[in-house]
Design a protein around this ligand. Sequence first.
Ligand code: CDV
Length: 316
Amino acid sequence: MGRVITVGAAQLGAIARAEPRAQVVERMLALLAQAKAHGCDLVVFPELALTTFFPRWFFDKQEEIDAFFEREMPGPDTRRLFDSAQQLGIGFYLGYAELAQEEGRTRRFNTSILVDKRGRIISKYRKIHLPGHAEHEPWRRFQHLEKRYFEVGNLGWPVIRWAFGEHKGLFGMAICNDRRWPETYRVMGLQGVEMILLGYNTPVHNPPAPEHDALSHFHNELVMQSGAYQNGTWVVGVAKAGNEEGVEQIGNSIIVAPSGEIVAACTTTADELAIARCDLDLCDSYKSTTFNFARHREPEQYRLIVERKGAAPPPE
Ligand code: CDV
């Protein structure tokens, strides 16, 4: 039987710059209701799910930037999401732009939260790998100013033990560009993670390297499938997709098993739910054999190699 949790990858289609948050939340509520009808325990929404992907524009007025940020969570527009999740008995992952007062100053992060079936925030993550650039680069067809608008996350990669379905499991979060970095998965893998939830906004076009454009789906799958397999964990990756304000973003939301196999996928670039019954016990088959870290990793060797700054010279 195993420790089965039914998960919904709740992909969102494009969000226009003028679309009010309340309308986006309405779309998300429709996906939650669909998820409930299919028996989901947990639903994953994308990165920066409440607004258009605003780092694609250069703004010089701070109040224009701050209009995309949430000062409280839940706030007036998002409260309904929490209430509905509680009524339906479904947990959710939500990505949003967070404006926080911390250490006596205003701080801005690209954040995700994990909410349990009772509508309580049980974990928070702030994006660590911020892609893009900090200065306006007018040569680009569109900007990617995450390094300007956000600080690097300061919460590490927490892994929490929780029961969304009948059984407890170990859950972690990541956000978009994090999924391309092996460290993301390994830091959580070392904490025994069994399911990594992540949302993304990925333009098809990569201005500094347009030769990668045709490989955007391949790279999306490659990183999540290898991260899952190499750490014996489920990975649920969910897009904000479609043509958003003239920028084409990939869909390709997927649920990946600890074997590295894709077991569910969205096939459109619109609002869509992909569902999988995920047995957390499957993780053990990888964590206790090929990727038994305690038995097969060689951290001391890695440390020595890094300290030597490369491989030892070949023997005489
Ligand atoms: N939102 C992102 O982090 N997007 C990046 C793009 C810029 C490459 C990604 O890794 O998908």
